[in-house]
Design a binder for this molecule. Structure first.
Ligand SMILES: [Cu+2]
Length: 139
C-alpha cells in the first residue's frame, strides 16, 4: 500500500506489522468527555468523536474548553495537531482549527488518520497553552 511508504519513509524505526499492541503503548482509552489540563489550568475535553473511538480514516471531533472553575471558555481558536511519535510524522495538512460554537465547544474539521498505531493529539489554545491526548488507531 503506497501510503505506508509515503507516510513513513525516512521514519527510521518503523514497524510495519499488523500487530499494534506494542505500537500503542501509552495510549489512553477514549471515552466521551475525556479531559486533559493545559499548563494554564484550562480543561480541554473531547465531548464527541466520530468514529468512537478515534480510528484510521476520517475523524470529526467536538472539543470543549473550560477554565479551572468549570466555566466554558468562548472565543478561542484551538488548534488540533495529530502526530505519530513513533514514526515522526503528522498529517497533511498538519493542523485543524476548531470552530467556535459560542458555548465553550469547538467543532474540529475532519482529519484523516492515515495509518494505524499510536497518535498524539496536541490541542493548542494559543500561546503554547496545550493539552495532549494519545489514542490508538486500530485500523
Ligand atoms: Cu506512521
Amino acid at each position: 500500500m503506497w501510503w505506508w511508504l509515503a507516510a513513513c519513509s525516512g521514519g527510521g524505526d518503523v514497524v510495519l506489522t499488523g500487530d499494534s499492541d506494542d505500537d500503542c503503548a501509552g495510549a489512553e482509552t477514549y471515552v466521551a468527555g475525556i479531559e486533559a489540563t493545559t499548563s494554564s489550568g484550562a480543561v480541554v475535553s473531547i465531548v464527541s468523536a466520530e468514529p468512537t473511538p478515534p480510528d484510521v480514516g476520517d475523524n470529526t471531533w467536538i472539543v470543549s474548553v473550560a477554565d479551572a472553575t468549570g466555566a466554558p471558555v468562548v472565543g478561542l481558536s484551538p488548534v488540533v495537531t495529530p502526530w505519530m511519535p513513533m514514526h515522526g510524522h503528522g498529517l497533511a495538512p498538519p493542523d485543524y482549527g476548531g470552530i467556535d460554537q459560542g458555548d465553550g465547544t469547538y467543532v474540529v474539521p475532519t482529519f484523516d488518520l492515515i495509518m494505524p498505531g499510536l497518535w498524539e493529539f496536541t490541542i493548542d489554545l494559543g500561546a503554547d497553552d496545550e493539552a495532549m491526548f494519545a489514542f490508538c488507531a486500530e485500523g
